[in-house]
Write a protein that binds this ligand. Structure first.
Ligand code: SF4
Length: 355
């Protein structure tokens, strides 16, 4: 992971320069045209009138991507206001996409991903690993706990049991002691030892790079398999974890509740090559801003594209206080707004120590 993260970090810093400039440019543009003020006044009326304007669109649900320009109106105007100041979009709400055509949905979904890619250019798996074996074990251990907790635990585990063969032959009680801080340590010990045995006996001590093989390993489901494929083998995969499920439903990308169906529905909205990074963007946004209980809508950079805007705190100042930000040793710690977590462009800054 450190290698991968370092690579990401390098490209992230390269990318960062551009978005920063953009943000400045957009900021001045936003100041010239009072876009944000127009929206609130027209908001209710627009919301009420929209369905009538949309009538012709649903009939073209199977139209190719290049058609159906009408729904674009929903998202273009507010974007300028958001891109400049994340806290401001509170008042520039996108119309609810009920009746949104397939084309419009694809466009909105991809636009959300592009926005998130600018906000989190450094997004990467937050588990530390140096090889596929470490990643698959760390991912299994991350169930019901934070990545940070896992990262604090795995160095001792991998120092003592560096290979699948070592862990397969380990004394379960000793492994349990190491894994105790991650919770459910007995079940996790059983999984990682069983997983290591399977790797040693069936795959020559190597983690397989195929989905169908990975999901046969003890404790490995599709979610874990895609994390491994996407981040250790560079094969595109969508990681449908709890954040991903919550956010794509809030964004009305799909109404499915079954993770496999969500994976299929969301996968159909994006090119395969985007899947792994998309997963990181969505998960990072879920961890930092779009929380389960109280999303920080008033500080959300994609508020104008989100039909669930208003589900959380819309007051910008109050919303800023809800932003979560992991600091070494203090999972989920909330820092004081705003400089503590916003960069010069007003966007959430990377976690401390992130590449
Ligand atoms: S629910 Fe709120 S925080 Fe979440 S994406 Fe929508 S506007 Fe942003």
């Amino acid at each position: 992971m450190k290698t991968a993260a370092a690579g990401k970090g390098a490209s992230a810093s390269a990318k960062k320069a551009a978005p920063a400039k953009k943000a400045t440019a957009k900021k001045s543009a936003a100041k010239k045209a009072p876009v944000a003020k127009k929206a609130p006044a027209a908001k209710k009326a627009t919301a009420a009138k929209k369905p009538a304007a949309k009538k012709p669109a649903p009939a073209k649900s199977s139209a190719p991507l290049k058609k159906a320009p009408a729904p674009r109106k929903q998202v273009v105007a507010p974007k300028k206001a958001t891109a400049s100041v994340p806290a401001a979009p509170a008042k520039t709400v996108a119309a609810h996409p009920r009746g949104e055509s397939r084309t419009a949905l694809v466009r909105r979904a991809r636009r959300i991903d592009r926005e998130l890619a600018e906000v989190y250019p450094y997004a990467h798996p937050e588990l530390d690993f140096e090889n596929p074996f470490q990643l698959v074990v760390a991912t299994v251990l991350s169930a019901q706990t934070t990545d940070l907790r896992v990262n604090q635990t795995t160095p001792a585990l991998f120092a003592k049991y560096p290979t699948p063969e070592d862990l397969a032959a380990a004394d379960p009680e000793e492994v349990e002691e190491i894994l105790r801080p991650t919770g459910f340590f007995r079940a996790k010990t059983k999984s990682v030892i069983g997983l290591s045995k399977a790797l040693a006996e069936q795959f020559g001590g190597e983690v397989p790079g195929r989905l169908e093989d990975l999901v046969k390993l003890p404790g490995v489901g599709r979610k874990t398999a895609f994390v491994v494929l996407g981040n250790a083998f560079g094969r595109p995969g969508i990681t449908v974890d709890t954040h991903f499920q919550r956010l794509v439903r809030r964004w009305k990308w799909t109404d499915e509740t079954d993770p496999d169906k969500i994976e299929a529905a969301v996968g159909a909205l994006f090119p395969k090559s985007d899947w792994t990074d998309l997963s990181h963007h969505v998960i990072w946004h879920g961890r930092r801003i779009c929380h389960a209980r109280k999303p920080a809508c008033g500080a959300c950079p994609i508020a104008p594209l989100c039909p669930a805007y208003g589900e959380g705190e819309t007051d910008p100042e109050k919303a800023k206080k809800l932003l979560k930000y992991e600091k070494a040793g203090q999972p989920g710690q909330r820092l004081k707004p705003p400089q503590a977590y916003l960069d010069a462009g007003g966007r959430p800054a990377p976690p401390l120590g992130a590449g």
